[in-house]
Design a protein around this ligand. Structure first.
Ligand code: BG6
Length: 497
């Protein structure tokens, strides 16, 4: 039997894309609440509406776009924001958790909404109604034997901290996060055993995720925010262990697969450097507890001096993680400048970034390359580098679904995607011997896309009746993939055909 007993089969969500109830129960505004929807297939990006220091208004396009210093993102009453209702877990949590149990889920990944606990991010006391909301959810999970896997921070920087403090650039935000993390560990003690500190920490130093202004033009800001994020994560690990030594606390990285574009040594070296910047740095710091030599050298070359506070280096060492978690959707070839200049027209989309097309791979409707073998390679690379237990906390296919006249949704394309990726996991365990303890596919119930703000880019095995303009009664129904996943989960991965 390749999958170990107790393997955490599950599904994954994030509050800002799933929960809705954006001002209910005392919740405050997060940056995510100020991002509109876009149209990924036609290349129309999401946008922020901001107020500039001179009082004028400006639209800023692109979820990773640079927001200029002093600009404050706002909620415009005449604009539609998909996260405000999202797919309304806030009012459907009981029904949803019952469906998760029916699908055979053993684990439910969700994130706590920082602004539901601390509405401004930095309040002195937490919002009890917000805390109770999550306690109810965890108890409901317990009822069904579902283990919650909680992300403390998933793309929902409090708007107040973004607008007034430049988000994660500021130590004020780090301290506010520390208080927030402590509250989560203390108040959810005994109900939650598995935690992730910061979602996709490797693509996080921008306004959307962390309230960082000028993140492209001001490298000092970006590097400071990166350091501060590492401090947040490490402090959370230390506090989490102190509050309950049985807590298992992991990092979370957007683990894009990467290959050298060719055997030209220059392309190979470009991949070594590119992959370090993109992903390995984040594992190296959070698994080993210090900045690796290649990063120290780069900062020296670029003349960046990070502002550290007393105790930072020690906390980074102490706050190394218990396990390695990651999202995996696609891979990209990496290349040297000469190759890139030649192939410039040969780009495609992928999770949180664009990259060169790989001629050996097919792609999703959103252009994301589909590469199950890349998942096996990735599992091996992480295992070889860190020898830590791993869990895949996001993976899946964003696709257009059609509801037939009889209400059925025959998403065979999604089933194929799942089957090939689960097979790759199976091989990595059975043949390569990696230590993988769980799998929570992304958006197992339909939710709002982070990259494009669309509803029609669906990942779910459970359909939610809601469209890109906010029309729909939010009713839930089971897609064909629901039954496929149920079979896989109930057979502990034995039956994947
Ligand atoms: C990851 C994020 O980047 O990918 C999720 O952690 C996100 O929040 C997921 O939703 C899929 O990306 P997208 O853009 O298709 O929603």
């Amino acid at each position: 039997m390749p999958f170990p007993k107790g393997f955490l089969w599950g599904g994954a969500t994030a509050a800002n894309q799933y929960e809705g109830g954006y001002l209910s129960g005392g919740k405050g505004l997060a940056v995510a609440d100020t991002l509109t929807g876009g149209d990924g297939i036609h290349g129309i990006p999401r946008k922020f509406i901001v107020e500039m220091p001179d009082g004028s208004r400006k639209e800023i396009f692109g979820s990773h776009a640079e927001v200029p210093g002093g600009a404050k993102a706002i909620v415009d009453p005449d604009t539609y924001y998909p996260s405000h209702v999202a797919t309304d877990f806030y009012h459907h949590w009981k029904e949803d958790i019952a469906l998760f149990a029916e699908m055979g889920m053993k684990c439910f990944r969700l994130s706590i909404n920082w602004t539901r606990i601390y509405p401004n991010g930095d309040d002195e006391t937490p919002n009890e109604e917000g805390i109770q909301f999550y306690i109810n959810i965890f108890k409901e999970c317990q009822k069904y034997g579902i283990e919650p896997l909680v992300t403390i921070y998933h793309f929902d920087c409090p708007l107040h901290l973004a607008n007034e403090y430049d988000g994660m650039v500021s130590r004020h935000t780090v301290d506010a996060f520390t208080r927030y993390a402590r509250t989560c560990f203390e108040r959810f003690k005994g109900l939650v055993h598995y935690w992730l500190t910061i979602n996709e920490i490797n693509i996080n130093t921008n306004f959307m995720m962390n309230g960082v202004h000028d993140h492209i033009s001001n490298q000092q800001n970006a590097e400071q925010a990166r350091w501060n994020l590492f401090i947040c994560s490490a402090r959370a690990v230390v506090i989490g262990h102190e509050v309950d030594p049985t807590n298992k606390i992991g990092l979370m990285i957007a683990q894009m697969g990467s290959y050298p574009y060719s055997c030209n040594p220059e392309d190979v070296m470009a991949e070594v450097e590119g992959a370090r910047d993109l992903k390995w740095l984040y594992g190296d710091v959070q698994c080993r507890g210090y900045y690796p030599s290649y990063k120290v050298k780069q900062l020296e070359r670029d003349g960046i001096v990070i502002k550290k506070e007393e105790g930072d280096d020690e906390v980074l060492k102490e706050g190394v993680v218990d396990f390695y978690s990651f999202s995996y959707y696609n891979s990209f070839p990496m290349a040297c400048k000469e190759t890139l200049d030649r192939e410039v027209g040969n780009m495609t989309d992928g999770n949180q970034m664009r990259g060169l097309k790989n001629p050996y791979l097919k792609a999703s409707e959103w252009g994301w390359p589909i590469d199950p073998t890349g998942l096996r390679i990735t599992l091996n690379q992480i295992w070889d580098r860190y020898q830590l237990p791993m869990i895949i906390v996001e993976n899946g296919l964003g696709a257009l679904d059609t509801v037939e006249e009889d209400g059925s949704i025959n998403d065979d394309y999604r089933i194929d995607y799942m089957r090939t990726h689960i097979k790759a996991m199976k091989q990595a365990i059975e043949i390569d011997g990696v230590d993988l303890f769980g799998y929570t596919p992304w958006g197992h119930i339909d939710l709002v896309s982070a990259g494009t703000g669309e509803m029609r880019k669906r990942y779910g095995f459970i359909y939610v009746n809601m469209d890109d303009d906010g029309n729909g009664d939010l009713s839930r129904s089971k897609k064909k993939s629901f039954y496929y996943m149920k079979k896989v989960y109930e057979s502990n991965g034995e039956d994947i055909e």
